[in-house]
Design a protein around this ligand. Structure first.
Ligand code: IFM
Length: 464
């Protein structure tokens, strides 16, 4: 019996990212990205893990598409590795790298699965990070404006190679993480702990998005769907006190509105500019930039895992919250947790979707990532039972259904993730896949959650 039916045409997907699954780090002309450098630096990633081999998807792509076909997914969200298709981040394309994505897309289409391409899921070509592209001593990477310009060239190059086969495009995945985990707290590549650079990075990521939207529109058919994916924070204040409310406002400004406002309203959040006045006057935002960042998009992708509870207080430095370290305390939310120690709370997803309905009523939404890590293992019979993940997914899909019933225009859900993979600074220790990967043999085993998801897709809704 189906308890909650989703609308016909709802997009049922899975999601992955290049560095987390592809491996083949040195093949066919690929050059290092900031994540190759970071993960090969002792002490940066647990257990010294790197993405050198990952889930070996570069060589097992057909098998992985077949797995998705068995699940019955309608869409697959993958990312293109910039250093695989444009080594060093500038100049001509590497044809062999592009050929891999052409083959992937052909394989998907043959399996009747719609490809959804993300252009940037954190693997900046190392040369763009290293290069002194500004002529200043400040280093390269996203704090420099030129990186945004390079990104637009790269977007045009990929669009002209795949534009005849890919209808849905996402410019950036989670620019908040790229800016603030990469350049402020330094727990992600390139591992810098420079608060001002992180704010510059956030602006240049927004600019890169806008420039890429223009480049994509110029290269793609008018029917193409162009989007952006944000990891929006479902922020909750610990209490109604002014100080706790102010802490929540600060996290909302830096975690959400720093991206939503430039992209959808062509402005910077004035309160954030005030919060960070001790760090920067934001003079790196040039006249006309906010017009570029607000180039219209066709949909917005939201990645959601758990809510963020804050109160007045302080947080450790370096932190990913520049300008607010002396004002914000992160409070562990109560209730069950995943293996990431992230609280399980599907209401946060519902709250975000309703907020976006109210703020951006004309923008269709996609849940481009949602899922959970648990300590999965294959039992002696080879089966992988993951009832906690099934419960997590059920609750979050029910939240999406509730949002749909309340008039939110959610067009699809992409489960993170198809495969166990390289979970960034956690290495291979955290398993988000609905397909178990034995990294020694690269054997794939669909977990119980994979069969559960296939059933949800087949029936077009949640079972009772
Ligand atoms: O694995 C990541 C993904 O790359 C980006 N969003 C969050 C996921 C889980 O941490």
């Amino acid at each position: 019996m189906t308890e909650l039916s989703f609308p016909a045409g709802f997009r049922w997907g899975t999601a992955t990212a290049a560095y987390q699954i592809e491996g083949a780090a040195d093949e066919d002309g690929r050059t290092p990205s900031i994540w190759d450098t970071f993960s090969r630096t002792p002490g940066k990633v647990r257990n010294g893990d790197t993405g050198d081999i990952a889930a070996d998807h570069y060589h097992r792509m057909r098998e992985d598409v077949a797995l998705m076909k068995d699940l019955g997914v309608t869409d697959y969200r993958f990312s293109v590795a910039w250093p695989r298709v444009q080594p060093t981040g500038r100049g001509p394309a590497a044809q062999k790298g592009l050929d891999f994505y052409r083959r992937l897309v052909d394989e998907l289409q043959a399996a009747d699965i719609r490809p959804v391409a993300t252009l940037y899921h954190w693997d900046l070509p190392q040369e763009l990070e290293t290069a002194d592209i500004s002529g200043s001593a400040a280093g390269g990477g996203w704090p420099q404006r030129e990186t945004a310009e390079r990104f637009a060239d790269y977007a045009a190059l990929v669009a002209s190679a795949l534009g005849d086969r890919v209808a849905t495009w996402t410019t950036l995945n989670e620019p908040w993480c790229a800016a603030f985990l990469g350049y402020a707290s330094g727990v992600h590549a390139p591992g810098r702990t420079e608060p001002v650079a992180s704010l510059r990075a956030a602006h240049h990521l927004n600019l890169a998005h806008g420039l890429a939207v223009r480049a994509l529109r110029a290269a793609l058919p008018a029917s193409a769907e162009v989007s952006l994916t944000l990891n929006l924070h479902a922020v909750r204040a610990l209490s109604d006190s002014d100080a706790d409310q102010d802490a929540a406002r600060r996290v909302d400004a830096l975690g959400n509105r720093l991206f939503l406002d430039p992209v959808f309203h062509g402005r910077l959040p004035a309160d954030l500019v005030a919060d960070t006045a001790g760090l920067t006057d934001w003079a790196f935002v040039r006249d006309g930039d906010l017009e570029v960042t607000s180039a219209p998009v066709d949909s917005l992708g939201i990645n959601y895992y758990s809510p963020t509870v804050v109160g007045a207080g302080t947080c450790d430095v370096p932190s990913p919250w520049p300008g607010s370290e002396a004002h914000v305390r992160f409070v562990p939310a109560p209730g069950p947790r995943t293996a990431m120690d992230w609280p399980v709370d599907a209401d946060g997803l519902y709250e975000l979707l309703v907020r976006l309905r109210d703020e951006l009523p004309s923008v269709p939404l996609l849940v481009t990532e949602n899922g959970a890590a648990y300590d999965d293992y294959a039992d002696p019979s080879g089966a992988v039972h993951d009832p906690e993940r099934v419960a997590y997914l059920h609750a979050h899909l029910a939240a999406v259904h509730r949002a749909l019933a309340d008039g939110v225009d959610v067009r699809g859900y992409f489960l993170w993730s198809l495969l166990d993979n390289f979970e960034w600074a956690y290495g291979y220790g955290k398993r988000f896949g609905i397909v178990h990967v034995d990294f020694a043999s690269q054997r794939r085993t669909p977990k119980d959650s994979a069969r559960w998801y296939a059933d949800v897709i087949a029936r077009g809704g949640l079972p009772s």
